[in-house]
Ligand binder design. Structure first.
Ligand code: GSH
Length: 224
């Protein structure tokens, strides 16, 4: 990975915070272009210049290459900086399960949130909004339960070393149906997520970027 500053299109209380956490642990400098894409057309138009999906996170690497998709960004950053050990190496027996759960969080869970700001996106009438959002949250709760049942965390989700999967789950578990439900559905992952919340290298980032106000704002956009 070329050295230099990255540019990250992101938003507080969004999936970009997992990328911000990885960049922080890796000591990679980045400039943040803030925009709450799920609630602001202007923010979507801004990121569209780099990402046709009009979503954050969108990462511009120091050489100008554009990377989208949170799981791909996290895996790329970890692989490009192997000394930090934020992902099991290609020949590590944990690699397969690492990829499995990174893509599970991305495709089975995170992608469902796109429906919530406007249920018309899936052709549902606004009158069905609460039912659709509740159904999405029930599906996500099911996914967390299924993931939890198949993991055997040992300090961190895949063993005794923190990987970007831990960062990813620590952030995405804050979205609806929110942490209380996550802790209930995922009792094995819960202590790991609490540990990641308390990581002294990340505490300031979490407090600044996942503060209660922002979480409430997300809830209001989603449910209000
Ligand atoms: N598949 C994408 C999903 C990213 C995503 O859903 N981002 C949300 C913010 S957390 C977004 O930008 N939403 C814009 C919208 O709802 O139009 C990824 O994993 O990066």
């Amino acid at each position: 990975m070329a050295t230099g500053e990255c540019v990250l299109y992101g938003a507080a209380a969004s999936g970009s915070v997992a990328v911000e956490a990885a960049l922080t642990l890796l000591g990679i400098p980045f400039r943040l272009i803030e925009g709450e894409t799920w609630s602001s057309e202007a923010a979507r138009a801004c990121v569209e210049e780099q990402n046709a999906m009009r979503q954050v996170p969108t990462l511009i690497l120091p050489d100008g290459e554009v990377l989208t998709e949170s799981a791909a960004i996290l895996i790329y950053l970890a692989d490009a900086n192997p000394a930090a050990k934020l992902a099991p190496a290609l020949d590590d027996p944990k690699r397969a399960q690492f990829l499995r759960w990174m893509f599970f969080v991305s495709s089975a869970i995170y992608s469902l949130h796109w429906i919530k700001p406007d249920v018309g996106r899936i052709g549902a009438p606004q009158s069905a909004r609460d039912d659709v959002v509740n159904a999405v949250h029930e599906r996500i709760a099911f996914c967390w339960r299924a993931m939890d049942a198949q993991l055997a965390p040992a300090g961190y989700l895949l063993g005794d070393e923190l990987t970007v999967l831990d960062l990813y789950v620590a952030v995405v578990s804050r979205f609806g149906p929110w942490r209380e439900r996550f802790f209930a559905e995922a009792p094995k992952m819960a202590p790991v997520v609490r540990r990641v919340d308390e990581d002294p290298r990340l505490k300031e980032l979490w407090e600044r970027r996942l503060v209660a106000d922002n979480s409430l704002r997300v809830q209001q956009v989603v449910l209000g």
